[in-house]
Write a protein that binds this ligand. Sequence first.
Ligand code: HEM
Length: 142
Amino acid sequence: MELKFDANQDYQLQAIEAVTDLFTGQPRIQADLKFSLGHSSFAAVANRLDLDETELLANLHTVQRRNNITPDPDTGIGKWSVEEIADYLGTGNKPDGDVAGGLMGEVIDGTLAGYKDMSKADRLAIAQYLKTIPPVRNKIGK
Ligand code: HEM
């Protein structure tokens, strides 16, 4: 996997962490094969996953808990109504007057189409689903 990013943007780092942290526990593999193509050379490693499904699922839950959009009122989005969540997905406007930043702003706007182009009924359905998942209470002030 090759990730291209600008290391000076926090939201890019958060997004990268959300992906790479899924593989927490996977030993680092050293590339021992090198290819040259004209003037450029690159290393190759075989696809290899040492983690089993239980470990991957545990990593996934850790990432999901950290980016808490469960109904917990203090560390999640429990204080947002279904209508407010649906509006956020359609406009990027948060109930507190702030607007969606970083990647969330980008997926709402989209390039050809984004979340803003979903029908209101679909946005409400996603919001209603978020209300059904069990609240997760994160530690505050870590
Ligand atoms: C249907 C799918 C999604 C839903 C329901 C959703 C929901 C939300 C909500 C409710 C927030 C606001 C949290 C808060 O302010 O407390 C949020 C923020 C955020 N989401 Fe999403 N999200 C979705 C997909 C995505 C995707 C695909 C990405 C990344 C590619 C993403 C990245 C982010 C980021 C970076 C923030 C923080 C934005 C900021 O700091 O202003 N989300 N999301």
